[in-house]
Design a binder for this molecule. Structure first.
Ligand code: PLP
Ligand code: ZN
Length: 403
């Protein structure tokens, strides 16, 4: 298959590289600062969507992979975009969409990136891939590798939710539970992966992951017939998922398909909001890492975010913003979303709804506004946390009818 035209560009120093020159980050700026973005040489012939394909393959003309190398074991993407008339009415806006990405094969948004990582590993001739993760990226990589002949090696904090760790083992990954934080697991994985010659599926190291993640924004564009929502709410840990929405919309703008990019609002937890703080301090964006991550939303408990620069730069260039919510607000959002819409989300995913509710209280939306809440992970991934916020209890009764 003909190779697509694209190059890699450092978000810090703007140096451009061809894909065969660098594998991960800018050699001049190093990890974290020197994350690379994929820039396409779009032509007038570029057709952004192929409706005959299923899942993310629909968008392969604007993805940096060879389509025939995408695993076909499972379908990633094509997740539902629901419209909740009830939430729209309650918040006095035109429409509230719920993008239920918990419907992906391993029940999180992260499958969009993992499938790209596997296609890239195949292209580059790797038989092993590793990932450090708060839980979802790892369970996702494990599931997407299953049945492909590629072995997944996983580094997660030992505190990752039980269901996510079980997923990894069930899919056949090698799992290292690190007695420490996600940030420590990340640094350890880099050393181990490099030593063993494995391909890296770590956020902000591998430049192609964000491209897979951007397919969620493309799918929203497809599902709304390019009549995009005005606001997107999505939770933020490392900052890659957030950036991917702005990148997807910006690609569509470069293609001349849209003229306005939605306002993308990143939601962090108040007990762990280093990207929000960096953005609010303004340029130049200098990150202050947080040693302690105090939040129940495990997926966004990231004190040393790796993609902060891209997230802050994109937010600044494209009118994005960040908001933070408490664990109490997240806990309540899980219950309210489930009861009003039937979508059960994990804590980090419900943060998007909590952030929307918080901004709705300050009356920033117009009655004509359309909102999309991105539900990045299914609620069954972590049932311990929501139980802390549940008021209702099970009624235990005897199987025998009282006479
Ligand atoms: C469910 C869920 N939501 C949001 C995020 C945040 O993504 P990122 O770390 O790219 O900011 C993650 C990352 O693990 C996640 O698992
Ligand atoms: Zn650089």
């Amino acid at each position: 298959m003909k190779q697509k035209q694209y190059h890699l560009k450092c978000v810090n120093c703007s140096t451009e590289y061809s894909p065969d020159e660098v594998l991960y980050t800018c050699p001049k700026c190093g990890n974290r600062k020197g994350t690379l973005e994929v820039v396409y040489d779009f032509t007038s012939q570029t057709n952004w969507v192929n409706e005959k394909k299923t899942g993310i393959a629909k968008f392969s003309s604007i993805l940096p992979i060879q389509e025939d190398l995408l695993p076909t074991t499972v379908t990633v993407g094509d997740t539902p975009l629901y419209s909740s008339a009830r939430l729209a009415q309650e918040h006095q806006v035109k429409e509230v969409f719920i993008k239920d990405d918990g419907k992906n094969p391993t029940a999180s948004f992260k499958d969009r990136a993992s499938i790209i990582a596997v296609a890239k590993a195949r292209e580059l001739g790797y038989s092993d891939i590793y990932a450090a993760s708060t839980g979802n990226a790892a369970s996702s990589l494990s599931g997407i590798c299953a049945g492909t002949g590629i072995q997944a090696h996983i580094f997660v904090p030992e505190t990752a939710p039980e269901a996510k760790i079980a997923q990894m083992l069930i899919y056949g990954a090698q799992v290292f539970a690190v007695k420490g934080t996600y940030d420590q697991a990340f640094d350890l994985s880099l050393k181990t992966g490099e030593k063993n010659g494995w391909y890296c599926r770590n956020s902000a190291i591998n430049p192609y992951l964000l491209e897979g993640k951007k397919t969620c924004s493309l799918e929203i564009a497809y599902q709304t017939n390019l009549n995009l929502p005005d606001w997107i709410f999505v939770s933020v840990g490392d900052g890659t998922v957030y950036s991917s929405f702005l990148k997807g919309f910006s690609d569509l703008k470069h293609l001349g398909l849209i003229d306005k990019i939605p306002r993308v609002i990143g939601v962090q937890a108040t007990g762990c909001d280093p990207i929000l703080q960096t953005f609010k301090r303004g340029k130049p964006f200098v990150i202050e890492d947080m040693e302690k991550t105090e939040t129940d939303a495990d997926s966004i408990a990231v004190g040393k975010p790796r993609d902060y620069l891209k997230a802050c730069q994109y937010a600044e260039q494209m009118n994005g913003d960040f908001v933070s919510v408490t664990d109490q607000e997240i806990g309540e959002a899980i219950m309210e979303l489930a009861r009003k819409t039937g979508v059960f989300s994990e804590p980090a995913a419900a943060a998007s709804f909590a952030g929307f509710k918080k901004m709705s209280k300050s009356k920033v939306f117009n009655p004509q506004d359309k909102i999309a809440l991105i539900i990045t992970g299914n609620g069954l991934k972590d049932i311990k946390t929501p139980k802390k916020y549940l008021k209702e209890k099970v009624a235990f009764i005897s199987p025998y009818i009282n006479s």
